[in-house]
Design a protein around this ligand. Structure first.
Ligand SMILES: NC(=O)c1ccc[n+]([C@@H]2O[C@H](COP(=O)([O-])OP(=O)(O)OC[C@H]3O[C@@H](n4cnc5c(N)ncnc54)[C@H](OP(=O)(O)O)[C@@H]3O)[C@@H](O)[C@H]2O)c1
Length: 244
């Protein structure tokens, strides 16, 4: 067997990526387009559809509206993907947000929004793609979770960590649900990544953070692994911590 013969190839495989207009999602889309995957990109509004369509002109890319808080848009996006390509091989659940958390405040709106977007968004998307992921025989679900899905480092990030721990748990549940159909899941868990999300973070400086392209590299690597090489969790950090 030649080196790489055992790996899954991009050609013909269809990948859905949420939040693909900027940040980590955009880097993943760019990398997977270069590799030769057929892409279906979820973005929130018409202006972003036009922007992303322009950036991927000439590539096999469908750009579709998707709003994590509106369950019907998951179904519409999955259906549009299947009518364009006839299959779905992988879902990269990337879209997410951070709201700060204050234990002493009785305002739960920020927490509820993170639950909707960070936790139920992935659930809605995977559910809509599920029959096609099962049909694929080597379906993949990759969540861009966070180190905050593995540990809690501050009080103000507590709500985000709750939503991301749940997102991590969801990926385990997906793996148990789809294992016999060849579905594998991976939680990619970055620390600080240099995107809009960390615009307000002074330390570490942007250039010392994980770059979005590094996360995209992990996604490409995980997508290439065959069914008997399940990678459940991948932490990636720019800081020294004891176990991640
Ligand atoms: N940056 C970090 O340090 C870091 C570290 C660990 C994990 N992560 C995770 O990585 C993922 C991507 O983050 P990022 O750093 O690339 O952030 P970002 O630059 O702020 O991008 C967030 C993306 O999520 C989309 N989004 C937000 N709310 C949405 C909703 N209600 N429905 C649909 N899409 C929505 C945004 O769409 P719009 O452009 O329309 O707002 C955007 O495409 C997130 O899940 C985040 O939690 C980030």
């Amino acid at each position: 067997m030649n080196t790489g013969d055992y790996l899954l190839k991009p050609e013909g495989r269809v990948v859905m990526i949420s939040g693909a207009n900027r940040g980590i999602g955009r880097a993943i889309a760019g990398r997977l387009a270069e590799e030769g995957y057929r892409l279906s990109l979820g973005v929130r509004d018409q202006a972003q559809i036009e922007k992303v369509n322009g950036e991927f002109e000439g590539k096999e890319v469908l750009v579709h509206q998707w709003e994590a808080k509106e369950p019907t848009t998951s179904v519409e996006w999955a259906e549009a993907t299947v009518s364009r390509y006839g299959r779905i091989d992988a879902v990269v659940s990337n879209a997410g947000l951070i709201n700060s958390f204050d234990l002493e405040s009785d305002d739960e709106s920020g927490l509820d929004e993170m639950w909707e977007v960070n936790t139920k968004g992935p659930l809605r998307l995977v559910r809509a793609a599920w029959p096609y992921l099962k049909q694929a025989g080597s379906g993949r679900v990759i969540g861009i979770v966070s180190l905050s899905g593995l540990r809690v480092r501050s009080a103000s990030m507590g709500g985000y960590a709750m939503s991301k721990h749940a997102a991590e748990a969801f990926l385990h549940a997906v793996r148990y649900s789809g294992w016999e159909s060849g579905i594998r899941t991976t939680a990619i868990c970055p620390g600080y990544v240099a995107t809009d999300m960390t615009a307000g973070v002074a330390t570490p400086p942007k250039e010392e953070m994980v770059q979005p392209q590094a996360v995209a590299h992990l996604v490409a690597m995980v997508l290439s692994l065959p069914n008997p090489s399940s990678v459940v969790t991948l932490p990636i950090n720019c800081l020294l911590e004891s176990s991640c």
